[in-house]
Design a protein around this ligand. Structure first.
Ligand code: SAM
Length: 294
């Protein structure tokens, strides 16, 4: 039992450190410019790996699996159709690379991020993986995506929504560029302050009193981590986030936590609302049975 609790505490520690750097002006309010991530880009991947004990990669793969791309790909003729994926807040491109590595060549991925330094590192990784012809990275913000309406079959956002300057606008832009076919999906990995599960009080203790300090020391960027607690606190709980998705023209299909005891990141599976569904968005969300695996 003691070992299980210790393991749980370790998971909590890891989870809230991987939340990394909140991009903040004050009180956990993000500025959405990428500047703060430019500062810590060089140590970003290494820090994530160390503090997550490698779990960050598994979480991203869990998110990609929720796209159920293979079911869609089975119906696509590679000779006539290119399947397009957008990774918003791509950072150093881990999700973009993982999607490309696990799909056939007619799947192409665009990654956008406002941080030039994060993207430079991402481009090196894309080149090293031999994926330059399939993964394109460019500087942009979620609030103004440089793509035509209904361009993408799938969209991913991994630990990025919390950093959008204007969350509603950013999600609205994602809704705009997402196609409306029945298999089109958006998956979002994100962190919020834990309120459920028996480890929640311990998790909050880590967030409020331990993590900003520890993360600051490990990263050697204490200022950049100052807003960790505020940013997590400021991010809405899943039911409230579902309402924001609705306002942005999206609907939550499912939600679950990726680590046990309610301590891990949230994984949201989302689809686009078509006009006739808009009035019934909340009912659709409720009847979809949003899961919360604690
Ligand atoms: C915690 S990192 C996540 C990076 C990557 N997705 C991952 O899983 O490691 C958050 C990213 O959000 C980006 N970001 C900040 N403001 C943004 C905005 N307005 N639109 C899109 N991305 C933004 C940052 O530059 C940073 O690269």
């Amino acid at each position: 039992m003691a070992t299980a609790r210790l393991a749980g505490a370790l998971v909590l520690c890891v989870v809230f450190m991987i939340s990394t750097v909140p991009e903040a002006k004050a009180e956990g309010e993000p500025d959405g410019s990428g500047q703060m991530f430019d500062t810590i880009a060089a140590s970003y991947d290494m820090l994530n790996k160390i503090i997550s004990l490698g779990r960050d990669e598994a979480w991203r793969l869990d998110a990609i699996a929720e796209l159920h791309m293979n079911e869609f790909l089975a119906d696509v003729d590679p000779a006539v159709e290119t399947v397009r994926v957008l990774d918003v807040a791509t950072g150093t491109a881990d999700v973009a690379i993982a999607v490309a590595a696990s799909t056939p060549p007619h799947v192409v991925i665009d990654g956008i991020d406002p941080s030039i330094n994060m993207l430079d590192l991402g481009r090196e990784k894309v080149a090293a993986a031999g994926l330059r012809d399939r993964v394109t990275l460019q500087v942009a913000q979620s609030e103004m995506l440089p793509f035509e309406d209904e361009t993408f079959d799938f969209v991913t956002v991994s630990f990025g929504v919390r950093n959008f300057r204007d969350r509603l606008k950013g999600l609205g832009e994602i809704a705009r560029v997402l196609k409306r076919h029945s298999r089109a999906r958006l998956v979002i990995l994100e962190l919020s302050e834990p309120t459920d599960g028996w480890l929640a009080p311990l998790a909050r203790f880590f967030i409020h009193d331990i993590m900003p300090f520890v993360a600051g020391i490990i990263s050697n960027h204490p200022k950049e981590y100052r807003y960790l607690q505020q940013s997590l606190e400021a991010f809405p709980q899943p039911h409230k986030f579902g309402e924001i998705l609705n306002d942005a023209g999206l609907v939550m299909v499912s939600h679950r936590r990726l680590a046990p005891f309610g301590a891990g990141p949230d994984l949201f599976v989302v689809r686009k609302l078509v006009p006739m569904q808009t009035e019934n968005a909340k009912e659709a969300q409720e009847s979809a049975g949003i899961r919360d695996e604690l």
